[in-house]
Design a protein around this ligand. Structure first.
Ligand SMILES: *[C@@H]1O[C@H](CO)[C@@H](O)[C@H](O)[C@H]1NC(C)=O
Ligand SMILES: *[C@@H]1O[C@H](CO)[C@@H](O)[C@H](O)[C@H]1NC(C)=O
Ligand SMILES: *[C@@H]1O[C@H](CO)[C@@H](O)[C@H](O)[C@H]1NC(C)=O
Ligand SMILES: *[C@@H]1O[C@H](CO)[C@@H](O)[C@H](O)[C@H]1NC(C)=O
Ligand SMILES: *[C@@H]1O[C@H](CO)[C@@H](O)[C@H](O)[C@H]1NC(C)=O
Ligand SMILES: *[C@@H]1O[C@H](CO)[C@@H](O)[C@H](O)[C@H]1NC(C)=O
Ligand SMILES: *[C@@H]1O[C@H](CO)[C@@H](O)[C@H](O)[C@H]1NC(C)=O
Length: 652
């Protein structure tokens, strides 16, 4: 079998090497061209020569520079991690170097082949900027029948591979693996980062890449995202060297099982211990008569009571909290309510599972979040969510009514929101809502966040605020949902740091995405992005906006500086209202997304500013354009900095 795979791989290898076309080439016309036979040109040839040398291909990664001042050329080459034969690596880099020299005369360029990549520039590569791109494949891949299912498998596969590549030093920033897929098939995945970057940057880049991979390709049988510092690829056929020791096999569903059972054991254990303790105490207080039988009986009723009437959850520290509002329901009740999770009752698909509509016997409508069995984070998220929401009550937060934990099923039961989530209104059914309604929604979101940050008993950072997580009830009043990633801060704690950056790219504040630093100000940033998305009707992330600017924030900031704010506003909104009110909201949005967290207003500031039409607003500063190459003015010669900043986007 292994031999067969190797042969298959070598066949496909030959194909792609002799096919000898680059997957993609980045040769931006915005950068100055070098003059033929100039010293820059000569230095470039020297650098490319070094990259193709024996030493460079043996290492698999090479980073060098030649020349001085305006003639300096930086060069970098990288072979794919599974290519252990340095001759093959060298052949690829050789080919790539010739190709980039013949096809590009820009002072900054990059080329990607299947097995290697080569890059050169007039400036150092230490500026990290994600500009991932999705090249058209030669033969467009077939579509899968169930994109949501593929999404789940890809999430699992790529998250594991990304963590391996980024945090496992022996992996040299490369990981490849496979995962079993229904229908007796296999999904193969590969991720890689440039080698001499910090782990967190590798992880960040891969997370961006995954977000793009999901939007471009998660309905297809293969896809590839290329960036200057990382790349990511998946396919239903083997495309890497599986015999080079990088092959990992993940069980389809067994992966997270032990964890699940551990948690179930811990919960049951805690309940048992508590019940036992109470039972024991009760028993001691009682007379000695029939002691043994009594104790057993008490234990049983207590257990029943705990699991069916009074609600219990386990906090992070492992102790039990109970809340009168929270109800534990039986799986049978929920199955009847949702018609056994019928597809017709399915409301949507979240990151950790599907959401179903249900009707309880008393006629109350509910929404049931069924955590995916495959979601390895499920139990953590669930614990977090139950504990948090059980303690929170606000009209702009969605209410958790109860939960059910039985066997493999993990269910959360919420009040039903007839108007679903905000994203469909912003991005799909725009004409359904007018500005006045949006304004009410914006205020609702702001108040909900303010409650989390300052008004509740706990200080809570949501960490994943985005339009999908804002639900609308029958009166179109906004309710924040999805607390799976939220964190509780102690009263005088202001910021925290995490190595595991979770959240949604496109909404994350730069300090969080890059350094894992989160605070109330990173939620404020998310709020600003939502505001700008509502006003423009465009997504901050994804490929949609790149014709105009690298991101929605960059686009808004540019129009703002040109005094063309109204061009940013969706014309549909302008039809029936005063432009000035929308422009004021855009102003507040830009204040919220400023690069420096300290410059961003707090949520209480925001609520005050939204409520007043006359209060003066400070000038916004540069927003966080973290998807954009930031060019140091000192290193550019005479090209306009602005121009470069806004044009170094995904090449088409
Ligand atoms: C560059 O130099 C080479 C030899 O040094 C010469 O043959 C060639 O014509 C020159 N090309 C240009 C465009 O000056
Ligand atoms: C290659 O590496 C060897 C040993 O590390 C060194 O002696 C040699 O000079 C290097 N060659 C080049 C061209 O850099
Ligand atoms: C490396 O690849 C080259 C070219 O395909 C081949 O001739 C050589 O035998 C390979 N070396 C090893 C160690 O596999
Ligand atoms: C590559 O080499 C240059 C100097 O030649 C150095 O400044 C830079 O930090 C190195 N690493 C990267 C990722 O550019
Ligand atoms: C695959 O799906 C995409 C989007 O869902 C669609 O645009 C495309 O035409 C489909 N391609 C094939 C070959 O079915
Ligand atoms: C899955 O594929 C393998 C080999 O391709 C085959 O031996 C096996 O019978 C298949 N199993 C099913 C359930 O189709
Ligand atoms: C694939 O991996 C094997 C085992 O490490 C190695 O011998 C072989 O040369 C590799 N193939 C390539 C093309 O690097």
């Amino acid at each position: 079998m292994a031999v067969l795979l190797l042969i298959l791989f070598i066949l496909s290898l030959d194909n792609s090497v002799s096919g000898a076309d680059p997957i993609d080439i980045y040769c931006p016309p915005e950068f100055p061209f070098y003059t033929p036979n100039s010293s820059f040109h000569n230095n470039l040839k020297l650098v490319l020569g070094l990259l193709s040398s024996d030493n460079a291909s043996k290492a698999g990664f090479y980073n060098t520079s030649i020349g001085e001042g305006p003639d300096i050329v930086y060069g970098q080459s990288l072979c794919r991690g599974d290519i252990t034969n340095s001759t093959i690596c060298q052949q690829c880099i050789d080919k790539a170097s010739q190709d980039i020299l013949n096809r590009c005369n820009s002072e900054n360029a990059m080329i990607w082949y299947n097995l290697c990549q080569v890059r050169y520039s007039f400036q150092n590569f230490d500026v990290m900027a994600y500009t991932g791109k999705y090249p058209k494949q030669n033969g467009e891949e077939k579509n899968v029948s169930d994109p949501i299912e593929l999404g789940e498998y890809l999430t699992y596969l790529m998250d594991t591979l990304s963590n391996l590549a980024a945090f496992e030093p022996s992996k040299n920033m490369f990981a490849a693996g496979e995962i079993g897929y229904p229908g007796n098939r296999t999904v193969y995945g590969l991720v890689q980062c440039i080698r001499d970057i910090p782990e967190s940057q590798c992880k960040t880049c891969l997370s961006y890449a995954f977000s793009d991979l999901t939007s471009c390709c998660s309905y297809r049988e293969g896809g590839i995202i290329l960036d200057r510092t990382c790349n990511m690829r998946f396919q239903f056929s083997l495309f890497f060297n599986a015999s080079s020791g990088y092959r990992l096999i993940y069980p389809t569903s067994e992966g997270g099982k032990w964890k699940y059972w551990m948690i179930v054991l811990i919960i049951c254990g805690s309940i048992l211990v508590l019940a036992f303790a109470i039972g024991l105490a009760t028993a001691i207080l009682r007379q000695k008569k029939d002691r043994d039988r009594d104790e057993e009986a008490t234990e049983r009723t207590l257990l029943q009571e705990l699991s069916y009437s009074k609600s219990v959850a386990v906090t992070q520290e492992g102790d039990l909290i109970s809340s009168d509002e929270l109800l534990f329901m039986t799986l049978a009740t929920i199955k009847i309510a949702t018609d056994d999770f019928a597809d017709t009752n399915k409301l949507g698909q979240g990151g950790f599972g599907a959401v179903y509509k249900g009707v309880l016997p008393n006629g109350n409508e509910i929404a049931v979040k069924r955590l995916s069995r495959k979601s390895w984070q499920g139990i953590e998220e669930l614990k977090n969510e139950v504990i948090l929401i059980a303690k929170l009550q606000h009209k702009n937060l969605v209410r958790l009514l109860g939960c059910a934990l039985e066997g493999e099923e993990k269910l959360l039961i919420y009040e039903f929101m007839s108007n679903k989530s905000l994203d469909q209104f912003i991005f799909e059914k725009r004409s359904k809502l007018d500005w006045k309604t949006y304004y009410g929604i914006i205020n609702g979101i702001a108040r909900g966040i303010l409650y989390l940050h300052e008004e509740s008993r706990l200080k809570i950072i949501h960490r994943d605020l985005k339009p999908n997580n804002v639900l609308l009830d029958h009166e179109l009043s906004a309710k924040i949902s999805d607390f799976g990633m939220a964190r509780i801060f102690s009263e005088n704690q202001n910021a925290a740091n995490t190595k595991r950056v979770v959240g949604t790219y496109g909404y994350m504040a730069p300090e969080y995405a890059m350094e894992g630093l989160f605070s109330v100000k990173s939620d404020v940033f998310n709020f600003g992005v939502i505001l700008l998305e509502i006003i423009s009707g465009k997504r901050n992330s994804g490929f949609y906006i790149t014709e105009l600017a690298p991101s929605l924030l960059a686009y808004g900031w540019r129009l703002w500086n040109e005094g063309k704010e109204l061009d940013f506003v969706d014309p549909m909104l302008l039809e029936r209202c005063l432009g000035s009110e929308i422009v004021r909201c855009m102003h507040i949005g830009l204040l919220c997304v400023q690069e420096n967290p300290e410059h961003r207003p707090t949520m209480s500031n925001v609520v005050v500013l939204l409520g007043s039409e006359s209060m003066a607003l400070p000038q916004p500063r540069q927003p966080a354009l973290c998807r954009v190459l930031r060019v140091d003015p000192l290193t550019t010669t005479n090209a306009s900095v602005n121009e470069i900043t806004f044009s170094d986007i995904l090449p088409r």
